[in-house]
Design a protein around this ligand. Structure first.
Ligand SMILES: Cc1cc2nc3c(=O)[nH]c(=O)nc-3n(C[C@H](O)[C@H](O)[C@H](O)COP(=O)(O)O)c2cc1C
Length: 358
């Protein structure tokens, strides 16, 4: 019997050949924030995935937090991304652009000495990765209520650029402790305006951004990523169950392409995460769910058969196995990813992982 992972899936106007998805993976190989030929080769190698989600791409200079990550706000960046999307399409693949604003997970060195922005002036524990190495995070500037309309508009423009660059849709990054996640959780959002306090207020920015992106892309080309159990980037919430079931109930109304859930990872458990169960999230959402986080072939098939998700994304396995789909099909051995070449560098540890038929 055909395994569910290999069966096609329709996101509305975007038809996926299979349910094996390449997760968004920052690789820091875009000098000057512009996507390039090397990146086009890397993504094209992975085009047999049902869908590729691009590495996170900053929507504005204010949204950057790491060296050599690509942007999606200038004409040059759009031209750079065209190389990637056309290479993926030439291989019969589909690719969404992940829209990113890091919020407080940045450093003044990226902003001419100005503080990064956040919902509230709460300094994260840990270090920023800056062009001159690791430096402690600083206290961010709390966004004024008047600043928020501008942020929403920046997302709308970025979505427009993503379509111009040839992407098949966009995924709004609201996970892993970046700006939109910072607004969702009460550990990072102490605001007293319409964007803080009760759940309806903390969720407001994500919904405003989602509506702005839908106005450009249409709902069936708009997706949202969430990490309900995530502790990465010093994140916490007093009641993530209540928060994320509320978020999912609200997002259900939009008939999005999908909502992407990052499951609790081992590192989250080690950091004392309050785990929100996938079954709870599934029950709270009426549309297409994608899951990610430590999946292998067997667990992916299980979660699809159980009806807990419709699509499964793979991160580290896709770094090391450009032909992950084919390897799953023939139950081949998998290459192991080398963490020392995850962030920054050259073609080594990027485009040189072997495919079975090389
Ligand atoms: C090198 C690396 C870069 C990542 N970059 C991103 C990113 O840009 N956006 C994002 O949402 N998640 C990012 N993640 C998280 C992955 O998408 C994924 O959720 C995580 O690796 C767990 O899945 P896995 O166990 O299949 O690797 C990154 C993970 C790794 C290892």
């Amino acid at each position: 019997m055909t395994k569910l992972v290999f069966t096609p899936y329709s996101l509305g106007s975007v038809e996926l050949k299979n349910r094996i998805i390449m997760a968004p993976l920052t690789r820091m190989r875009a000098p000057n924030t512009i996507a390039n030929e090397l990146m086009a080769t890397y993504y094209a190698q992975r085009a047999s995935a049902g869908l590729i989600i691009s590495e996170a791409s900053q929507i504005s200079p204010q949204g950057v937090g790491y060296p050599a990550t690509p942007g999606i706000y200038s004409a040059e960046q759009v031209e750079g991304w065209k190389k990637v999307t056309s290479a993926v399409h030439a291989q019969g693949g589909k690719i969404f652009c992940q829209l990113w604003h890091v919020g407080r997970i940045s450093h003044p060195d990226f902003h001419g000495g100005d503080a990064p922005v956040a919902p509230s002036a709460i300094t994260p524990m840990g270090n920023a990765i800056t062009p001159t190495g690791l430096q402690p995070f600083v206290q961010p500037r709390a966004l004024a209520t008047e600043d928020i309309a501008g942020i929403i508009e920046t997302y709308r423009l970025a979505a427009q650029h993503a379509l111009q660059a040839g992407f098949d849709g966009v995924e709004i990054h609201s996970a892993n402790g970046y700006l939109l996640d910072q607004f969702l959780r009460d550990g990072t959002n102490h605001r007293t305006d319409n964007y803080g306090g009760v759940l309806a207020n903390r969720v407001r920015l994500l919904l405003d951004v989602t509506e702005a992106v839908i106005s450009v892309c249409g709902a069936d080309k708009t997706a949202v990523r969430l990490s309900p159990s995530g502790t990465f980037n010093d994140m916490r919430d007093t009641n993530p169950d209540a928060l994320f079931t509320y978020v999912l109930a609200e997002l259900s109304a939009y008939k999005l392409a999908y909502v992407h859930i990052v499951d609790a990872l081992e590192s989250d458990i080690r950091h004392g995460a309050k785990v929100v169960e996938l079954a709870t999230l599934r029950a709270a959402y009426t549309g297409t769910l994608m899951v990610c986080g430590g999946y292998d072939y067997a667990r992916a098939e299980q979660v699809l058969v159980a009806g807990l998700a419709e699509l499964v994304a793979f991160g580290q396995l896709y770094i090391a196995n450009p032909d992950l789909l084919e390897r799953f099909r023939v139950k081949a051995e998998l290459n192991k990813a080398d963490p020392s070449s995850f962030y920054g560098g050259t073609a080594q540890g990027y485009t040189d992982y072997p495919a079975l038929l090389n």
